[in-house]
Design a protein around this ligand. Structure first.
Ligand SMILES: Cc1ncc(COP(=O)(O)O)c(C=O)c1O
Length: 464
């Protein structure tokens, strides 16, 4: 093991029994007839990166694939479409930099190099014309630690934090960690499109409201908020003394014809000075487990207050990977976003044609789809199932919502795992979040599994 140069995944998968398990699980289902190639490599034409060959993550302790298989039982899930990471092989610049660093076999404390911040600043300037001065940037170990430190600095214990729902479920954990409470404001649905409800937002602000977590592009609806939206919400927050915490971690995923507008670039300096922005390369380059992110603000007083509650000691491989992503990954990312855009089109079209119990629209940004599964929920009586579960469960077992019954139904009947809308706040009834950052083949496999299950299930929905 001491000579181990990297993860020998083939033997790792063999040793953990996952290859047999995948094959066995596939053989046991009639859906296995669909071609599903688990090959790990393929030749892409020169100058292009291969997002198209399914990249097998089973047996690597991934939350997306391995966790639902642990929850529901070995072999239950063929396609993980939950947590927001990507199923692609990393950009070559990242792997190369990590391999080089591994040659030096010492992992003592890291003095984060200045070049790391310089790379972030250069990237933001080049891609989005955001000017970040070195003193305006704080490096952190994930967006969550930055959000939590900020909440501790600005939102006293027991105070309310504005969230526009449905919203990223992880924010609720940040509120728990800072002992604050959510003040949910529903996004409006106008002609099928989510919009901010400015009046409701304004009305929700009380004497106990000090902070608002903005999500742009929005997880899970995919909205890319316009400059006008951001100005209006920014004005309200400034007027009412509410800090804007702009989580822009999904910024690199604006789909064709859509635009990500950085809060820091708004044309009103006072509004910008009332904000802190949180970002990372982790979504963009598939580096989530490297635990590396940053936040920035043009207002030094805000940052000084957050610093009191913030402690970050960066890990070496995270810094190496992130630097390499920005230094050499731009073209990889361009192709990746393009591929995801194609996945969005493919999935919306497939769902419209083959999954009549599901309503989908093309997201403006992110690699997430927010699916209305009311049709399926009614067919399988998700509410009745949840009620029954809650009546019969032991006292120490958590109560379930209908969306969790949909999640389980999809695992049991389609071998696909999606995130249940239950944890995304108000307005998430009968919704599921589907992550489509995967090869088209894998996406097609998941959708065809779901279509077959729903077709078969129309006669026997009570089962499973
Ligand atoms: C909107 C949003 N913020 C934050 C995070 C998590 O960020 P990190 O892993 O850097 O803590 C996610 C992950 O899905 C996210 O979607």
């Amino acid at each position: 093991m001491t000579q181990h140069k990297g993860l020998d995944r083939r033997s790792f998968l063999r040793n953990t029994g996952w290859t047999a398990l995948v094959a066995g699980a596939a053989a046991n289902t009639p859906l296995a007839a669909a071609p599903f190639d688990l090959a790990e490599t393929a030749q892409a034409p020169a100058g292009t990166f291969d997002f198209d060959t399914p990249y097998n993550r089973l047996g690597t302790d991934s939350i997306k694939y391995d966790q639902p298989n642990r929850t529901y039982g070995k072999g239950s899930v063929e396609v993980g479409m939950g947590i927001a990471d990507m199923d692609f092989r990393a950009a070559p610049s990242i792997t190369k930099a990590l391999q080089e660093r591994l040659q030096h076999e010492n992992w003592g404390y890291l003095d984060t190099p200045a070049s790391f911040a310089e790379g972030i600043i250069a990237w933001n300037k080049k891609k989005y014309n955001v000017d970040i001065k070195p003193g305006e940037l704080i490096v952190t170990m994930g967006v969550h630690p930055g959000l939590i430190a900020t909440l501790k600095a600005f939102s006293p214990v027991g105070s309310k934090v504005l969230l526009q729902t449905p919203t990223y479920n992880g924010f609720y954990g940040d509120l728990t960690a800072s002992r604050t409470i959510s003040q949910e404001v529903l996004l409006k649905r106008v002609n099928g499109k989510f919009e901010m409800d400015f009046d409701a937002f304004d009305a929700a602000i009380g004497p106990e409201t000090y902070a608002f977590i903005l999500c742009n592009p929005q997880n899970p609806t995919g909205n890319c908020w316009s400059e006008a939206d951001l100005m209006k919400i920014g004005e309200i927050c400034l007027k009412r003394g509410v800090l804007v915490m702009a989580d822009e971690i999904h910024c690199d995923f604006a789909m064709k014809g859509q635009k990500y507008t950085p809060f820091a670039n708004l044309p009103d300096k006072k509004i910008v000075n009332n904000s802190i922005t949180y970002k990372a390369a982790s979504k963009s380059f598939g580096l989530a487990a490297h635990k590396t992110a940053w936040f920035h603000s043009t207002n030094p007083e805000l940052l000084a207050k957050v610093r009191v509650h913030h402690r970050a000691e960066m890990n070496t491989l995270g810094i190496v990977a992130n630097q390499a992503a920005y230094a050499g990954g731009e073209e990889w990312l361009r192709q990746c976003v393009n591929y995801i855009d194609g996945n969005h089109d493919f999935a919306v079209d497939y769902i419209k044609k083959n999954l009549p119990l599901v309503k989908a629209y093309k997201a403006e940004g992110t690699y997430l789809m927010w699916l209305d599964m009311t049709g399926l929920a009614e067919k399988i009586d998700a509410k009745g199932r949840a009620d029954k579960f809650n009546r019969e469960k032991a006292a120490n077992v958590a109560a379930r919502k209908p969306e969790q019954m949909i999640e389980e139904w999809l695992v049991r009947n389609a071998k696909v795992h999606l995130n249940s809308g239950a944890s995304y706040g108000k307005g998430s009834d009968n919704h599921m979040r589907m992550n489509i950052a995967t090869s088209r083949k894998t996406l097609e496999k998941a959708l065809s599994n779901m279509a077959s299950a729903m077709r078969a299930g129309t006669t026997s929905m009570a089962q499973g």
